[in-house]
Structures are given as structure tokens and as C-alpha cells.
Ligand binder design. Structure first.
Ligand SMILES: [Zn+2]
Ligand SMILES: [Zn+2]
Length: 242
């Protein structure tokens, strides 16, 4: 299986990231990708991008050397109410919004509290993707949350970077992918690249999907056409929620 869209990449506006947007785009081209999403960390996390980053990125080109660039954010879940660290007047302008739990912004709590937080995130009309929820510090009720994601037309992310940095991720991600398959919930596969050499690298995530014979029709970022159609459908449906 070949994935042509990387929905989660970072650039060196954060010090813990080692490549520029230009380098990410060049590597995406080399990897044969059709589209990448620049989704830098929102401001609440240490080393996150300054809020001005998100206000000016619309000036960037729509496409570079045949690779479509979507400008988004990896926002931080802040509390069990599902609040995010992006001002409400900026969030709607993001082309792609990932919501993630990171310990510095949301210290791990109980399984019930993580479940409650995710269920509240599902009510946010601007969030498209639930980021790396296989994080071992943030267990949650897979069936309940993944059914809610399906009903809210959000994608669960299978994050390739997690396998390198988070022990216990393999089992969690496999169980999450199996639940998505069972409930018919959409997913995206992402690199969460922190340097250009990781852009478009999905090997661990794809191995899991192959092991469980995950249906390709539920992978929204299989190619640019499908991901664009998903976003368009999402935005049409958002009017009722916003
Ligand atoms: Zn993250
Ligand atoms: Zn990330």
C-alpha cells in the first residue's frame, strides 16, 4: 500500500525539529507524495510555535513543485472539557487541525478522564484528526471514543513517529486500528516528521494495518484527491456543528 499524503509534519520553527518547510517539501517530492500538511505545535507546549506563525502562514504557496501544501496545526488538548490552545478566531482558518494530548499541557489522568476529554474534543467543529491517541500515558475507552469519532466524521491518526518514541505504542495502535476497522471509523496515517528524512515514512504504521487487513477505503489520506474530498465534505457538514 502506498500513502500519498502526509497529514502531520513539523518544521524548525520549533527547536526540537531539524528541517525547514522547504526541505520537507523537497523530501516529499522525492518520496513521490502529492500533498503534505504542515502541522506545527500550537503555543501552549514548550517549544511550540508562536501564535504569529499560524496567522501568517496563509501567505505561503498553495503548491510547491507539484506538492500541495496544507497549512494546519497540532493543537494541544488542555483539559477534560476538550479545550484547545488555539484562539477561536484563528482555529477556523486552519486547513487541517490535529488535536493531541501531550503531558506538558495535559498531565496524564485517569482512563475515564482521558475518555471524557476525547469525547469533548469530538464536539469541536474545527478538529479533523485525533492525534497519536495510542500514547501509553493516555489510555481511554477505545470503543466509546472511536464510535464518537465516526459519528463526528473525524479521523483517528495512526502515527508512525509514535513507534520510535513511545514504548507500548505498537499494542495500543493495533487495538485502536482494529477498533476503527470494526466500527467503520476513518483514519489517517502520518509520519509526524520532526526532520525531513521522516516525511512520507509510514513503515511501522503500514505494517500494523497490513497485519489486520485494514480496509483501504477508511484511509482518508491514501491520496490527495481523497483527502481533499474528505476535507470538503467535513467543511460542508461543519455548518451544522459550528
Ligand atoms: Zn504530538
Ligand atoms: Zn506532532
Amino acid at each position: 500500500m502506498k500513502i500519498f499524503v502526509d497529514t502531520h509534519t513539523h518544521t524548525n520553527c520549533s527547536d526540537h525539529v531539524f528541517s525547514s518547510l522547504v526541505e520537507n517539501l523537497a523530501y516529499a517530492k522525492k518520496q513521490g507524495l502529492q500533498m503534505i500538511c504542515m502541522t506545527n505545535h500550537a503555543p501552549a507546549i514548550p517549544d511550540g510555535a508562536h501564535i504569529w506563525h499560524f496567522c501568517t502562514m496563509e501567505e505561503l504557496p498553495r503548491e510547491v513543485d507539484g506538492v500541495r501544501l496544507l497549512k494546519g496545526v497540532e493543537a494541544n488538548v488542555l483539559d477534560t472539557e476538550g479545550n484547545l490552545d488555539m484562539p477561536s478566531h484563528i482555529l477556523p482558518d486552519m486547513e487541517v487541525v490535529i488535536a493531541s494530548m501531550h503531558p506538558p499541557c495535559f498531565p496524564p489522568r485517569t482512563r475515564e478522564e482521558h475518555t471524557k476529554a476525547w469525547l469533548n474534543v469530538m464536539k469541536n467543529p474545527y478538529v479533523h484528526i485525533i492525534g497519536h491517541s495510542g500514547h501509553p500515558s493516555f489510555p481511554y475507552d477505545y470503543e466509546t471514543v472511536i464510535a464518537a469519532a465516526r459519528d463526528a466524521n473525524k479521523c483517528i491518526e495512526i502515527n508512525n513517529h509514535s513507534f520510535a518514541v513511545r514504548k507500548g505504542c505498537y499494542e495500543n495502535c493495533k487495538a485502536i486500528a482494529e477498533t476503527c476497522k470494526k466500527l467503520g471509523t476513518k483514519i489517517v496515517v502520518s509520519s509526524d516528521a520532526h526532520n525531513c528524512f521522516q516525511v512520507g515514512v509510514f513503515d511501522h504504521a503500514l505494517k500494523i494495518l497490513e497485519e489486520i487487513a485494514f480496509p483501504e477505503e477508511l484511509i482518508m489520506n491514501l491520496n490527495a484527491e481523497r483527502f481533499s474530498a474528505y476535507l470538503e465534505e467535513f467543511h460542508k457538514g461543519r455548518g451544522a456543528l459550528a
